[in-house]
Design a binder for this molecule. Sequence first.
Ligand code: G1P
Length: 294
Amino acid sequence: MQQIKKAVIPAAGFGTRFLPATKATPKEMLPIVDKPTIQYIVEEALASGIEEILIISGHAKRAIEDHFDSAPTLEAMLAEKHKDDLLAMVRETADINIHYIRQKYMRGLGDAILCARSFMGNDSFAVLLGDDVVYTDGKPALKQLVDIHEAYGGSVLGCQLVPNDQVSAYGVVAGEEISGANLLKVTDMVEKPSVDEAPSNMAVLGRYIISSSIFDILEKTPPGKGGEIQLTDAIKVLAKSEPVWAYNFTGKRYDVGDKLGFLKATVEFALRREDLGDDFRSYLMNLMKQEGKL
Ligand code: G1P
């Protein structure tokens, strides 16, 4: 049976990259086509065998809890009008068992993960960052990490190669290659390095399986890059005493915390939709023609 059953989704951040939309709306509730980004993340967790989800919430994030709650008035109206498909859609998100805890002060991703300590106990657990939405047409990204954890033990970081001009946006790993397995044994990690400081181009893209030993380390981790307690710094320490693997996972990842990344996700998810894809594709083709691009 799968050992990784719990996941944490940090969702307390202010979402300053998306102001003014995020002034009163959590960035996790911004929809890609018609589904909030956090629902894509939650669905990936469930499809990867996760049974219990903890969302690290914060100030002005109540809409997330409402989204994963029942909505009796709306449900009654949809039932009365026999809108069964919509009713099923609304109920689907209410059936998921989600727990919440608030991060009271924004001290960084490491501090947010530390808020999950009592929920995780001594279990290894998954982390999914809400800014990273991953599309796969096969095994979900997190499930790929779960499988690596089951085969090799230890902690697993979901990584992909990024170009030089992007390394400064990520936690970047160095490690020894395990031949033929798309796997590195992590020996070093740097949070948001300059091109010169970057130990490689292998960047962590928002998916992790982490051993509970991380909590003792996080307690002692001083503020790092940007004055925040960095998960990357704690994982670097963890790698000295326990195996940490960097796995080059398969899938197309979108940085939906970035405006251009969000637009790309919106367009590509819409193009993949059975109900919208064809019409949207013709619209885009016509638009390109009008712009003289085709
Ligand atoms: C966080 C992590 C970073 C990771 C990135 C993935 O940074 O600190 O190590 O590579 O997510 O998206 P953020 O983008 O939240 O600043």
